[in-house]
Design a protein around this ligand. Structure first.
Ligand SMILES: [Mg+2]
Length: 475
C-alpha cells in the first residue's frame, strides 16, 4: 500500500495557496500542519486523487509547491504600460492551479506578438519550458518580433519555479554569482559638461559600469563635422542601413566626438568601464577612424557600429581598432549569434533576453560564446519583470559581464512589483533572489496608473483562444 501511494504521488505534490508560493518550502512538512492546511486548499489540481493519495503526497519528504505535472495553461492576458522608461507589454499566464506566471514583450514591441501565441499555449504544461518554447519559436523573429516568444518563455520559467518552489536560476543549473553587476545607460545631451556631471552622479550612486550615447546627433548643429550627400534629410536615414547613407565623419567631427568623451573621462576618471552606443549611420571607414580616435579613452566597448547582419563589416571594424566591439540586442535565438561568434566578428555579444528567445536561449548564447572565449554583456530596457528574468539568467551564465539598466531615472519603476526585497539593485548590483520563480508579483495599482493610452489591465483575451493554422514548418 505504501509503495502504491508513493507511486501515485511520484509526480504530484500538494497544492498550496498562492501566498505560500513566495518562499521556498521546507524539505519536510509537519504532518499536523499539512492536514490542517488541507481544509483551505484549492483542490483544482487534486481532482481524481483519493484523500489517501493527498495525505501521502503531503507527508513525503519531497518539497513541492504545486502539482507540476498536472499544471496546465488556461489563459494569457496582457497589460501594456508606458514610461518605464519604454512602452512595455506585460504578460500574465494563468493556470489550472491558481498560480500565474509573468513575462513581458520586448520594450517597444507589440502585445500581439504574445497574444498570437495564446491558442498554441492553452492546455500546455508550462513546466515543459523548452518543449513549449520550441513549439512557439517559429513565431518569433529578430528585433521586437522576438518579444512575444521571449516574454512567454519568461512567464513559463516563472510558473515552473513557482510550481516547484525554487528560484529560476536553480533550474538553469545553479548560480555563478550572488549579485549581478549592472551597467547604467545614460542618454547623452549636447551639453557635454552637463552630461559628464550626470555620469559622475552614476558613479556616486555606486555603479561600476557605465554606458553613454556617442552619435552623430551630437554633431547635428556643429558645421563641418559630417560629410553627406547634399539635400538628404536626417529622418530619411531611418530605414536604409548604414552603408547606404554615405554619411562620413570629417576630422572636425571625429575631434568633436573624441572631445566629448575626453570631457566625460575628465569627470569620471579612466578606470571605470565606459561603453558607447548609438553612433548613427556611419560608413565603415568612419567607424574605424572614430574607433582609433577613441583608443586613448579606454572605452569598454563600441556598440552596434553597423547593423548586426553585416558580419564581415563588423569583423573588419573589430580587426582594425584596439577598442572592443559588440552587437546583439536585435538578434533572435542562438542561431543568429553563431556566425558572429564563430568568425570572431565582435569582441563581446550583447543579447537582449526579451528578443533573444528568453532565459534559457540567452544562457545558451552565453555558453556558446564562452566556448569561443567571448564574454556576454546583456542589453535590457524593460520593467522589473524582465529585469528579474535577466538577473536569474545572468546569475546562471558564467561568461556574463554586466546587465544594462535603462530605468534608473524612473521613480516608480520598482513600485511596479511586490513580493521582493527592495531596492532591486544597490550600489550598482542586483540581488539574486531566492524566492520561487522570477521572484516578483505585479502591483496592479501601479500598473493601472501607467497603462498606455487605450490599454486595459489584463482584460479577457478570448478572441485569441483559437489555434487556426497548421504550424509545422516541413512536409
Ligand atoms: Mg544599443
Amino acid at each position: 500500500m505504501k509503495k502504491h501511494l508513493f507511486a501515485a504521488c511520484d509526480d504530484a505534490g500538494i497544492a498550496t495557496p498562492h501566498s505560500a508560493l513566495r518562499t521556498p518550502q521546507p524539505s519536510a512538512f509537519p504532518r499536523r500542519t499539512l492536514l490542517k492546511g488541507l481544509g483551505g486548499l484549492s483542490l483544482a489540481g487534486l481532482v481524481g486523487s483519493s484523500i489517501e493519495d493527498q495525505v501521502a503526497c503531503a507527508t513525503q519528504s519531497v518539497s513541492r509547491a504545486s502539482q507540476p505535472t498536472q499544471l496546465r495553461i488556461t489563459d494569457l492576458r496582457v497589460a501594456v504600460i508606458t514610461g518605464a522608461p519604454m512602452r512595455v507589454p506585460l504578460i500574465r499566464i494563468d493556470t489550472n492551479q491558481g498560480i500565474s506566471g509573468y513575462g513581458e514583450v520586448r520594450d517597444g514591441g507589440s502585445k500581439r506578438y504574445a497574444l498570437m501565441l495564446k491558442g498554441r499555449l492553452l492546455g500546455e504544461n508550462p513546466c515543459d519550458v523548452e518543449r513549449v518554447f520550441k513549439r512557439i519559436r517559429q513565431f518569433g523573429g529578430h528585433g521586437r518580433q522576438g518579444g512575444g516568444v521571449s516574454g512567454v518563455e519568461m512567464a513559463l520559467w516563472d510558473l515552473a519555479g513557482k510550481a516547484y518552489g525554487v528560484p529560476v536560476y536553480r533550474m538553469l543549473g545553479g548560480r555563478y554569482r550572488e549579485r549581478v553587476r549592472l551597467y547604467a545607460d545614460t542618454p547623452s545631451v549636447t551639453n557635454k559638461e552637463g552630461f559628464a556631471t550626470k555620469l559622475k552622479e552614476r558613479v556616486k550612486a555606486g555603479f561600476s559600469f557605465l554606458k553613454m550615447d556617442l552619435g552623430t546627433n551630437l554633431l547635428r548643429n556643429i558645421p563641418g563635422t559630417l560629410s553627406r550627400p547634399p539635400g538628404t534629410e536626417w529622418d530619411r536615414y531611418r530605414n536604409p542601413t548604414h552603408p547606404f547613407t554615405r554619411i562620413q565623419l570629417t576630422d572636425k567631427g571625429i575631434d568633436a566626438l573624441a572631445g566629448y568623451v575626453a570631457q566625460v573621462r575628465k569627470e569620471i576618471g579612466s578606470e571605470i568601464p565606459l561603453g558607447a552606443d548609438h553612433f548613427g549611420y556611419l560608413d565603415v571607414n568612419s567607424c574605424i577612424r572614430l574607433g582609433k580616435a577613441l583608443e586613448r579613452y579606454q572605452m569598454a566597448w563600441l556598440e552596434d557600429m553597423v547593423p548586426w547582419q553585416y558580419t564581415a563589416l563588423l569583423k573588419e571594424i573589430t580587426g582594425a581598432i584596439e577598442v572592443p566591439t559588440l552587437t546583439g540586442e536585435d538578434i533572435y535565438c542562438l542561431s543568429g549569434f553563431k556566425d558572429l561568434i564563430d568568425q570572431r566578428a565582435v569582441d563581446m555579444v550583447h543579447p537582449d533576453l526579451a528578443t533573444a528567445g528568453g532565459i534559457l536561449e540567452t544562457k545558451k548564447i552565453g555558453d556558446y560564446a564562452q566556448e569561443a572565449g567571448v564574454p556576454m554583456v546583456m542589453h535590457f530596457a524593460g520593467s522589473p519583470v524582465s529585469f528579474m528574468a535577466n538577473v536569474h539568467c545572468a546569475a546562471a551564465t558564467e561568461n556574463f559581464v554586466a546587465l544594462e539598466h535603462h530605468g534608473v531615472d524612473v521613480p516608480w519603476w520598482e513600485d511596479l512589483v511586490t513580493g521582493i526585497e527592495k531596492p532591486l539593485h544597490q550600489q550598482g548590483f542586483a540581488r539574486v533572489t531566492e524566492t520561487s520563480g522570477l521572484g516578483v508579483e505585479l502591483n496592479l495599482e501601479v500598473v493601472k496608473q501607467h497603462l498606455a493610452r487605450g490599454e486595459e489591465c489584463f482584460a479577457p483575451t478570448d478572441e485569441w483562444n483559437a489555434r487556426d493554422s497548421h504550424d509545422r514548418q516541413w512536409s
